[in-house]
Ligand binder design. Sequence first.
Ligand SMILES: [Zn+2]
Ligand SMILES: [Zn+2]
Length: 150
Amino acid sequence: MFHQLTLENIMSDKIFAAGSCRCGAVTVTVRDKPKRMVQCHCTDCQKVTGTGHAANAFFAESDVEISGETSSYSVTADSGNTVTRHFCPICGNRMFHHNTGRPGIVTLPAGCFENSDWFAPQIVVYTRNRPDWDLTTNEVPNFEEMPPPA
Ligand SMILES: [Zn+2]
Ligand SMILES: [Zn+2]
């Protein structure tokens, strides 16, 4: 992606967080804090992470810049929405996903960032699928499934 380096662009080039896949072929830059942060125990998140839950941050699409080729795989979620997950075709790291139920939002896993100290889950969802061995916080609202949109 090409940016004209005018003074105005440099001034507005603030970076909230930056990350990449394991091999570095796919990089992500985020310009502002997430709209929502969620720990999700749904069975899809368990499959794609290979563990008991996903730590997902929802960003405004306009704040996110992604570079590098990705492969993708779409599934139909419980809600009937289509979730398309993009991953690095070289190292296999999952990088981001889109959900047709959340237009304008890009979801990124907290673990893809160089520094994720800012990640603070606001809700935990699909606790009915939480395995006994996987711990998530009880200090924020926990929901058996996906709560209605806030
Ligand atoms: Zn990679
Ligand atoms: Zn999930």
